[in-house]
Design a binder for this molecule. Structure first.
Ligand code: SAM
Ligand code: SF4
Length: 440
């Protein structure tokens, strides 16, 4: 009988990439993916614990899966990713229904782990952090029909920002060999992928040891020249490592998309110092000005936090001021939450939850005004969209511009994975809406 698996993915693009890797490995092992965890023989939950909220979500999904396992004791249930790394064997004690606890650096060994798990029903805890990024598997056909894909170029992080759990659960930074990355990019393109996003916690510090110290701008150049690749993107960049050489890539590489996600976290130098971010607000403002000089149409997006320990009203005003000056295309904004084992967890002067909520709501209100104004400025303009499929309601086509704006549009042509010229009629808060321009 065919055996099946289901992977629940929570959190960031890195987790999506890891889940794609796990799914391809499991297909190669002879298992089939299903859309419903109630009909799966193996369920893996790929978790995120970067903030308190996703951690609670992961635990509540695990609670629901425990109930499924009570009804079906043959189910193999596993927790993978950052929560697995942080809690290790403790998770198995807390949730005896679990069969597998596997950290992010152990994923490459999934085949060896599946055998004893599947045939002998052995419980396994795999949480080594010193394994390098292993060669990735590629299952032919897995990406067919998908115009976009992620490609992880490095693992881990060395920055230890004072609030962040990532270096503790994803280990030290290791860059993948450039040859392997290029092979993976070619495999994606051969399946029809046209838009690739390179992933790493801090892509600017990429350095391939194998290739005489090939740095990130050189890697970008090499990948951009692959035939059939229309759009190249990357995330995340750290402002402290954003060099002039990197900025010039936006002028020199034609298929490098005009979009940069550059987290700033706070507009106050005092808070940036306490966060151990390694740059000032002045440096950040200088970078964004320079980027717009080099590529005027560039969309700049960012991450920001409110309520870091000791954040005064004045610090918060400086964050608002930076947002008003830069005018981001969009922002991911979060309330600071304590993460166990980080430096910030031990800092005094924690901010009251109500105050954090109020600051977040003021900040999001300001950003909504900016985003809407920017999107309205697209009305009457033609943009190029890579068609990804049907819109959520199914009545339009959907895709993204090079600057990463979502576009929903009416068209007679249903040709997915192709480029369309779209005339924008409405600039909305979360998307642009328009009509395909007919070829003469
Ligand atoms: N490596 C990237 C960087 O340096 O920007 C992203 C890391 S993290 C996965 C994504 C975002 O989560 C961060 O940019 C930060 O805004 C937010 N974040 C991280 N730790 C947090 C915490 N303890 N509380 C609230 N937000 C946090
Ligand atoms: Fe976390 Fe800072 Fe590393 Fe980003 S750069 S993953 S915020 S420690």
């Amino acid at each position: 009988m065919t055996r099946t698996f289901y992977i629940k993915t929570m959190g960031c693009q890195m987790n999506e990439y890891d889940s794609d890797f796990l799914a391809q490995s499991m297909i190669q092992y002879g298992l089939f993916p299903v859309d419903d965890p109630n009909h799966a023989d193996i369920v893996l939950i790929n978790t995120c614990i970067v903030r308190a909220k996703p951690e609670q979500k992961a635990l509540s999904f695990l609670g629901r899966m425990n109930a499924v396992k009570k009804r079906n004791p043959a189910l193999i249930l596993g927790i993978v990713g950052c929560l697995a790394q942080k809690e290790g064997a403790n998770l198995m004690k807390r949730f005896p229904q679990l069969d597998l606890v596997m950290g992010p650096r152990e994923l490459a060994g999934i085949h060896e782990i599946l055998k004893p798990l599947d045939s002998d029903r052995k419980k396994i805890v795999a949480t080594k952090l010193d394994c390098g990024p292993a060669p990735r598997v590629h299952t032919p056909g897995y990406f067919a029909g998908r115009p976009t894909a992620h490609l992880c170029i490095m693992e881990g992080c060395n920055n230890f920002c004072s609030y962040c759990i990532v270096p503790h659960v994803r280990g030290r930074e290791v860059s993948r060999p450039s040859v392997e990355i290029l092979e993976e990019a070619k495999a994606l393109i051969s399946e029809g992928v046209r838009d690739i996003t390179l992933l790493g916690q801090n892509v600017n510090s990429y350095l391939s040891k194998e290739n005489k110290g090939l740095n990130f701008p050189s890697l970008l150049c090499k990948i951009s020249r692959l035939e059939g690749l229309w759009r190249l993107r990357f995330t995340t960049s750290h402002p402290k490592d954003m060099s002039e050489e990197m900025i010039q890539c936006f002028r020199e590489i034609p298929n490098l998309c005009p979009h940069l996600h550059l987290p700033f976290q706070s507009g106050s130098n005092r808070i940036l110092k306490a966060m151990k971010r390694g740059y000032t607000r002045e440096k950040y403002l200088e970078l964004t000005t320079r980027l717009r000089e080099v590529r005027p149409e560039i969309a700049i997006t960012s991450d920001v936090m409110v309520g870091f320990p000791g954040e005064s009203d004045k610090d918060f005003q400086q964050t608002l001021d930076l947002i008003s000056q830069v005018k981001f295309d969009s922002l991911f904004s979060f309330k600071y939450s304590d993460r166990k084992g980080t430096v910030a967890e031990k800092l005094p002067a924690k901010i009251d939850e109500m105050e954090k909520t109020s600051r977040l709501s003021i900040l999001q209100g300001l950003q909504r005004e900016i985003t809407l104004k920017k999107n309205k400025a697209f009305e009457g303009r033609e943009v190029e969209v890579l068609i990804e499929g049907k819109s959520k309601k199914g009545d339009m086509l959907t895709g993204r511009t090079p600057s990463n704006k979502n576009v929903n549009f009416i068209s007679d042509n249903n040709c997915f994975n192709s480029l369309a010229k779209v005339l924008i009629k409405d600039g909305l808060l979360n998307s642009l809406r328009g009509e395909a321009v007919k070829n003469e």
